[in-house]
Ligand binder design. Structure first.
Ligand SMILES: Nc1nc2c(ncn2[C@@H]2O[C@H](COP(=O)(O)OP(=O)(O)OP(=O)(O)O)[C@@H](O)[C@H]2O)c(=O)[nH]1
Length: 305
């Protein structure tokens, strides 16, 4: 039996499973997809799916020198729920390129952009795909960009699901988690801390940006190209030592601690609570006396006019 969604092969007679045993992740995903209306790629395209031509890290013959690895075009794929801004981002990453590249000229099922990039004194040809419709298990690329909208929690959960699936089919492909629409500050549903923690747990890099404002999209391009070349981005990507909303990297433990401390309300003992109340009373007394001083000063000013 073949899993239509991703071409994953399931055994004909699955072993008996207790009701309390959690389903394997690929089965959970299948069930999730069955009820989801806005899934991002169309299942059942196995007949269109063909392996791509260029070399992926997994296909390299053993012993190949790292500098010889990426001599083909670097394939960068954007994945994520509908409406999160993949096409907008792809357009920005592509610069002035036309959407002309067809991944497979016979089926013409996947189109993307091709451009030349010069970075770190090195030229590379990159291919950018934002509309992956084929079976995900056939996806081969040098970098995956998982996009979600900072204003849509469902799209955030979706990236975790896709990422788990990618880890099954291409465990070594670097992933960048991207929180798009950072310009929509008031409708934000995902905090930077939460996204950073999730990215760290998923062993991905995280970047927050706005395609509409073209904010930090060049950081994304640089990061994706360097990763696709097989370089690591270093702990300071993309902000440098001072850090920032996008790429500051902390240890997983400290991020998790910070995240959890935000969720769990602090347990106050009775004495601490009393001290807090006392502090509040002091504060309001102080504010009251300041207001009085301001009032009297304004009277004084009036009288002197
Ligand atoms: N405010 C804001 N809107 C954005 C941003 N990026 C994209 N959008 C808007 O979000 C909508 C969806 O953007 P698309 O780029 O089409 O998203 P997509 O993920 O390619 O969507 P599908 O093609 O349906 O998969 C459009 O109306 C964009 O203008 C952003 O950074 N900020």
């Amino acid at each position: 039996m073949s899993d239509k969604g991703y071409g994953l092969t399931l055994s004909a007679a699955p072993p008996l499973r207790r009701g309390s045993t959690p389903l394997p992740i690929k089965h959970q995903l299948k069930r999730e997809e069955a009820v989801s209306e806005d899934y991002d790629w169309t299942p059942g395209h196995e007949e269109l799916a063909r392996p791509l031509v260029s070399v992926s890290a997994q296909e390299e013959p053993p012993g190949q020198a790292p500098q010889d690895r990426y001599h083909g075009p670097l394939r960068i794929v954007l994945l994520g729920q509908n409406g999160v801004g993949k096409s907008s981002l792809a357009l920005l990453l592509a610069g002035q390129s036309d959407r002309s590249l067809s991944l497979d000229s016979e089926s013409s099922s996947e189109e993307g952009y091709q451009r030349r990039v010069t970075l770190d004194d090195e030229d590379s040809t990159i291919l950018i795909y934002d509309n992956w419709k084929q079976d995900l298990s056939t996806l081969q690329c040098e970098v995956c960009i998982l996009v979600f909208s900072l204003t849509d929690r469902r799209s955030f959960h979706r990236t975790s699901q896709i990422r788990l699936l990618l880890r099954e089919t291409q465990p070594h492909t670097p992933i960048i988690l991207v929180g798009n629409k950072s310009d929509l500050v008031r409708s934000r549903e995902i905090s930077t801390e939460e996204a950073q923690t999730t990215a760290a747990m998923l062993d991905s890099l995280y970047l927050e940006l706005s395609a509409s404002l073209d904010h930090r999209t060049s950081d994304l391009l640089d990061g994706a190209v360097r990763l696709a070349r097989g370089h690591s981005l270093g702990p300071d990507w993309p902000d440098g030592p001072s850090g920032g909303a996008g790429g500051r990297r902390e240890s997983l433990t400290s991020r998790a601690k910070r995240f959890l401390s935000g969720l769990v309300p602090r347990a106050h003992g009775g004495r601490e609570r009393d001290r807090d109340r006392e502090r509040e009373r002091d504060l309001s007394r102080h504010r009251g006396s300041r207001m009085m001083r301001q009032k009297s000063r304004s009277c004084h000013d009036l009288s002197s006019m």
